[in-house]
Design a protein around this ligand. Structure first.
Ligand SMILES: [Zn+2]
Length: 338
């Protein structure tokens, strides 16, 4: 049985608790120079990593229909759809592998991409946005500030020229509201500009959850939480899914790019920002660290409680670019599950 509830712990299952099924999906691969991502790396080492996507199936309940939700869409099948400046960046991330993409991976498991009801993007970096028109009936949900970012860019590292402004279908896209912890970056100005029509703002509300300051109970039944996880990119969000009475899955997106950072073996790399300072792969490194600290607290808290009380509650963290996890967990790719 899960342990008794304490301040930092996650809510206990209700008597009629709903659980979801999480399946990993291959969404292509890209190649990362390791020294940009982790400390003490070989400056010449380049690693080809997956850009994972996840299918979350929420069961029907009473009159409520079931929902098939995707978290992230991996690599774009036709990278030439990106603007020229983005294509220049993508040339530095070769080799890339574009097949199977998320649509292929769904079809291989017996699901038509047009049957997906909801798509949530952790953020809109090029290697997570996939091919949105494949999901022709889905409602898209993104973190606050994302639509402004797509139209206007943000600061010198993220000029508007690298984004596709109409990447997401306007009538089927909403932003989550800004979380309770809005942040301002001295370089970027206001991080979450008000550039969203009222109809494009979802009506969800943020609440604290365990170690996290802000979470949205997506289906209002405690089965899937959207977690505000600032730092990597404007609007960066994670998902926490309840897959059984004792097990949770935390989908960490790009909260870090290497599980050794999560496991405190390595740190976030800092490198020359070509403007006389240091930067990291995160738009706001201090916030990214704080987000990581909270994820670590979640994992440590549950493990510690498990050791102390003999509970078998577990949380598994999966980040988008973890090639080792992919190799070890092939049976958990759709139609398999976590
Ligand atoms: Zn990213």
């Amino acid at each position: 049985m899960p342990s008794a509830n304490t301040d930092m712990s996650l809510p206990l299952p209700k008597p009629d608790q709903v659980y979801v099924t999480v399946s990993a999906l291959d969404g292509g691969h890209l190649t990362l120079p390791e020294h940009l991502f982790v400390t003490d790396a070989d400056p010449n080492r380049r690693v080809t990593v997956p850009s994972l996507s996840f299918l979350i199936r929420h069961p029907s309940r009473g009159s409520e229909p079931s929902t098939r939700l995707l978290f992230d869409l991996g690599m774009k099948r036709n990278p030439e759809e990106f603007p020229p400046l983005m294509q220049t960046h993508i040339r530095n991330r070769q080799p890339t592998i574009l097949y199977p993409d998320v649509g292929d991976s769904l079809r291989a498991g017996g699901l038509d991409p047009a049957e997906i009801e909801m798509v949530i993007l952790s953020h809109v970096h090029w290697d997570h946005v996939g091919t949105p028109p494949d999901f022709s009936k889905a409602q898209f949900l993104v973190g606050a500030g994302t639509l402004h970012l797509l139209r206007h860019g943000a600061g010198p590292h993220y000029p508007a020229e690298i984004f596709i402004p109409d990447l997401l279908p306007e009538k089927r896209t909403q932003e989550f509201p800004p979380a309770n912890t809005p942040t301002a970056d001295p370089e970027l100005g206001e991080v979450i500009p008000e550039c969203v029509h009222a109809t494009q703002r979802s009506s969800h509300t943020w609440q604290p959850l365990g170690p996290f300051a802000s979470a949205i109970d997506l289906f209002a039944d405690g089965s899937v939480y959207v977690i505000d996880s600032p730092g990597h990119m404007i609007g960066h969000i994670n998902l926490l899914a309840r897959v059984s009475e004792t097990n949770w899955v935390y989908l960490g997106g790009d909260c870090c790019h290497d599980s050794r950072i999560l496991n405190k073996i390595k740190d976030i790399a800092l490198y020359d920002d070509e403007r006389g300072g240091k930067r990291s792969v995160h738009v706001h490194t201090a916030e990214a660290r704080e987000t990581l600290r909270r994820v670590q607290k979640l994992v440590d808290g549950i493990n510690q409680t498990a050791t102390e009380s003999g509970s078998n509650e577990r949380v598994e963290v999966v980040i988008a670019h973890d090639g080792e996890w992919r190799e070890k967990n092939r049976s958990r790719f759709f139609p398999g599950s976590l």
